[in-house]
Design a binder for this molecule. Sequence first.
Ligand SMILES: [Zn+2]
Length: 280
Amino acid sequence: MHKLQLFLICMLFPLSMLAQHTEQSLIIYRNNDTKLYLPCEKIDSITFLHNEPTTLWVHMPQDPLFIPVADIDSMIVLPLPSFCPDTHHPHAIDLALPSGNKWACCNVGSSAPEDDGGYYAWGEVEEKTNYSWDTYTLAHYDYTYDDYVCDYAGINISGTPNDVAYVKWGKPWRMPSEGAYHELMNNCSCQQIEYRGTKGWIFTGSNGNSVFMPAAGSYIDTSITLKGISTQNWTSTFYLDDYLNQHAYFFSISTFNDAPLYNAVMNDRYNGRTVRAIAK
Ligand SMILES: [Zn+2]
């Protein structure tokens, strides 16, 4: 972005006026093809750091942001995107995926896209206040192995009594497999966004429709970690190469060097994680 353009934006950017419109978002397009959505009501002002036109300083009381000017392609203010036709969630959002899968607009246990919803151990269908091997109902301690052995619930629990999306919401909702997440990532653009006060990610299909996933982190023992930093949804896919049956795959997306990094990771089944449903 030309430094003079940016200077004019910093001098003239009518943030005090925009702050009255809580549904507006400042979108910063970066040269690495990522977009940053910042809610206008959280921005006090925008200046240059040390008055030098090399680093942009977005003054947000909770979370000041510094961006090298050389990394910025352009900036614009637009209304926050809306994901749903009305407030009767969950909606099945068509992202034009080859499989025909539609993705829920919100997490299981939530009442709006920006809510984290429930945290569930893999294969369990109720929320808890402590997520550990001790409290995991699908495992028992085995003295032969001197470790916890988990019940085998099948290679894919989607659509079974161990699928919290299916149990809570019924047909046609179900947990997505690891492969369904790969399809989502391979066919949608993904950007970091703060939506109605919740940090997370927006996935936009080739037809322009979007879903938002909050960075809800995960619930381990009695506390939630990585909230605001990482989305860690359980998939329905069991991790086979483990004689204790302790692991399943979750979908993880976090920021690394300011760009989204996503992966399917195998992890202990007792961890509490959020669940996003699909419908087909
Ligand atoms: Zn909805």
